[in-house]
Ligand binder design. Structure first.
Ligand SMILES: [Zn+2]
Length: 293
């Protein structure tokens, strides 16, 4: 039984869709009210939202590792904030968490369309995703297992995932993608209401997902500066196949660097926030996974 759901926005202060959806629901909470559970909203990094920056000191959405949360010596803006938010919405790993399900709202400058980023293995999380895929056939699912420990916001609750919608520039609201994100949340709340009521739900028994394999960095010089950009023929080709020999990067000398590897799907192609993280895109494998009852 899900008793409490948290919808979180502004984990990254320059991703306005989540910020303004939370503001919308704080103005009219009946939109997210359902009878069998409580829904709360939270603006996560308020200082970063004010400054329209991704973060103040470092990425909040990588700050929820158990070791970091327990480390009292960490006192950066986001380290302190993560502990505060974990107290409010966690605690992470607790048998009696304050919130059962977290959905964290993001946008990306990559052409990701309407997508879910999930690391959680819980059956409720995956049944929710199966329901959303049924309701929104354009929704795509990216399973991220690239870190040793999941340090995302949604990891502090037993169930949850992030929604990533793009392409949206940083600091910009786009009504079309705003409305699609909003609709996805209403479907999610409806799903939880049905699950709580014990209704027999007709869900897909298997789902097509994109499973994370590896991050691809830009070609860099000895000083770490990038020497090429994402190739014009790869730009915007998120969730699309890349084959051996396909154009990948385009250098400042007008040379094409081709992809050398097994056929894969490219995701988060040319995401602005990832230049500093050291990757130009991620490669994923398309799989079908079973959704158990
Ligand atoms: Zn984000």
């Amino acid at each position: 039984m899900i008793k409490k759901v948290a919808i979180t926005g502004g984990t990254h202060g320059n991703e306005l869709t989540g910020v303004y959806l939370v503001k919308k629901w704080q103005k009219s909470p009946t939109r997210i009210k359902r009878s069998s559970f409580e829904t709360i909203t939270q603006l996560m990094n308020q200082q970063a939202i004010k400054e329209v920056r991704r973060y103040i000191d470092h990425d909040l959405n990588r700050s929820f590792g158990l070791t970091d949360l327990a480390d009292k010596t960490l006192n950066s803006h986001e380290a302190k904030l993560a502990k505060e938010l974990d107290g409010l919405l966690g605690k992470k790993g607790s048998k009696r968490p304050n919130v059962d399900f977290i959905v964290d709202l993001h946008t990306t400058t990559a052409n990701m369309g309407l997508s879910i980023v999930v690391s959680n293995k819980s059956i409720i999380t995956w049944r929710a995703i199966a329901y959303l895929c049924k309701m929104e056939p354009e929704l795509r699912v990216y399973r991220w297992q690239g870190d040793i420990e999941n340090a995302f916001v949604d990891s502090i609750a037993p169930h949850g995932f992030a929604i990533e919608v793009g392409a949206v520039p940083q600091g910009v609201l786009r009504a079309d993608l705003f409305l699609k994100t909003e609709m996805l949340i209403y479907h999610l709340l409806d799903y939880i209401e049905k699950e709580n009521s014990g209704d027999k739900l007709e869900l897909p028994t298997e789902l097509e997902i994109y499973d994370h394999e590896v991050l691809v960095d830009y070609p860099r010089d000895a000083n770490g500066d990038i020497m090429a950009m994402v190739h014009q023929k790869r730009q915007d080709r998120d969730f699309m196949l890349i084959n051996q020999g396909d154009p990948l990067f385009f250098t400042l000398e007008n040379k094409t660097i081709t992809y050398e590897g097994e056929p894969r799907y490219t995701l988060f192609v040319n995401e602005s926030a990832y230049y500093e993280k050291g990757f130009a895109m991620t490669l994923a494998i398309k799989k079908r996974v079973l959704i158990k009852d």
